[in-house]
Design a binder for this molecule. Structure first.
Ligand SMILES: Nc1ncnc2c1ncn2[C@@H]1O[C@H](COP(=O)(O)OP(=O)(O)OP(=O)(O)O)[C@@H](O)[C@H]1O
Ligand SMILES: [Mg+2]
Length: 318
């Protein structure tokens, strides 16, 4: 922690691992510690199934950093609303809602380009939200953090990521986006060299050059994010796991995949380790905790219709 905390330059901390191992809890508590040490800190969830707000007991779903209440700490939380971004993308693809499209492209720092590309029916090239789209949205937000002035004040940005598979896609999605963009740039260039008459069919003349320039800028930005993920100084990946065979196997796969992507990882947090010397008091406290949660499940009107079956926790990994 001291290492992560040292220095005033911006650091990104990506917390990743299998579902349910404690990523959100670790991301939130790391963020609190950074803020306690004086870092202006943003903890941001890129998991489409957000629980960061629950962990902070606060609604942070607006898509912008929200000051965490109840402390005097310089701590902000934010959940990236991938569903809303997807809607914007669909509107853009359908060729409606120019405004939404511009704001979507604005996320990539490309606001004005939409206007110029509209005639080309760019949406058809990227027909429906592609796989890894959630991650692409997260990436575009990372770009905002890197480049946006409104985020300059944050010296620590902690990412509460979605379980393993998503995170790996997050790392490889720039390749996918890059490939799509390369296609568009090629197409644009080909159009650019076409005869004046053909170009006329697509409307504007001179602005096409500009559009290609902007797309190339976008490609450069995506490369920036790719490099950022692999930057030993600025970025730290923390793998969280729990001491079970299943979680161990997945963590080993994750570490291997990250290495393959040349992502630096130095820390493995093994959460929920039973400490020596636990006595009946521990079991009694856990049981009381569970009984409270069970009661909540029994009392909830949403769940009242369901047949509730309790399965025991065994004293070995099943
Ligand atoms: N060390 C711990 N001791 C006790 N409870 C813990 C510990 N770590 C996490 N928990 C609890 O375990 C549950 C899962 O934790 P958390 O939501 O942080 O995991 P996650 O990896 O973010 O899950 P998901 O993959 O669903 O996002 C939560 O109820 C949390 O309060
Ligand atoms: Mg979580």
């Amino acid at each position: 922690f001291e290492e992560l905390c040292a220095g005033t330059e911006r650091k990104y901390i990506m917390v990743s691992g299998k579902g349910g191992v404690g990523k959100t809890s670790l991301a939130a508590s790391l963020a609190v510690r950074f803020a306690q040490e004086g870092h202006t800190t943003l903890v941001v969830s890129t998991d489409p199934a957000h629980s960061l707000g629950d962990s902070l007991a606060q609604d942070i779903s607006g898509g912008l950093p929200v000051l965490v209440e109840g402390t005097a700490l310089p701590l902000w939380g934010m959940e990236i609303d991938t569903e809303r971004e997807k809607e914007k993308f669909k509107a853009w693809s359908a060729g409606q809602g120019r405004k939404e499209a511009e704001s979507f492209m604005g996320g990539f720092g490309l606001g004005g380009v939409v206007e110029q590309l509209a005639d080309l029916k760019l949406g058809e090239l990227l027909d429906s939200p592609p796989p890894g789209f959630d991650e692409a949205v997260a990436i575009s937000k990372v770009l905002q953090f890197v480049q946006g002035e409104e985020y300059a004040r944050f010296s620590r940005i902690v990412f509460d990521t979605a379980p393993t598979g998503h995170t790996l896609r997050l790392l490889t999605v720039p390749d996918f986006v890059e490939a799509s963009l390369a296609r568009i740039v090629r197409l644009r260039k080909r159009l650019g060299s076409a005869s004046q008459a053909v170009r006329g069919l697509f409307g504007a003349g001179g602005s096409q050059e500009e559009a290609v320039d902007k797309l190339e800028q976008l490609q450069a930005s995506i490369r920036l994010v790719k490099d950022l993920f692999r930057d030993q100084q600025a970025t730290e990946f923390v793998i969280v796991t729990i001491p079970t065979e299943m979680a161990a196997a997945e963590s080993i796969r994750l570490a291997k995949a990250l290495r393959k992507e040349q992502v630096p990882i130095r820390t493995l947090v093994v959460n929920q380790v039973l400490q020596p010397g636990l006595r009946e008091q521990y079991l009694a406290t856990r049981r009381a905790d569970q009984q409270r949660a069970l009661q909540r499940l029994r009392d909830d009107p949403q769940l009242a219709q369901l047949q509730l079956i309790e399965a025991p926790l065994f004293d070995l990994e099943v």
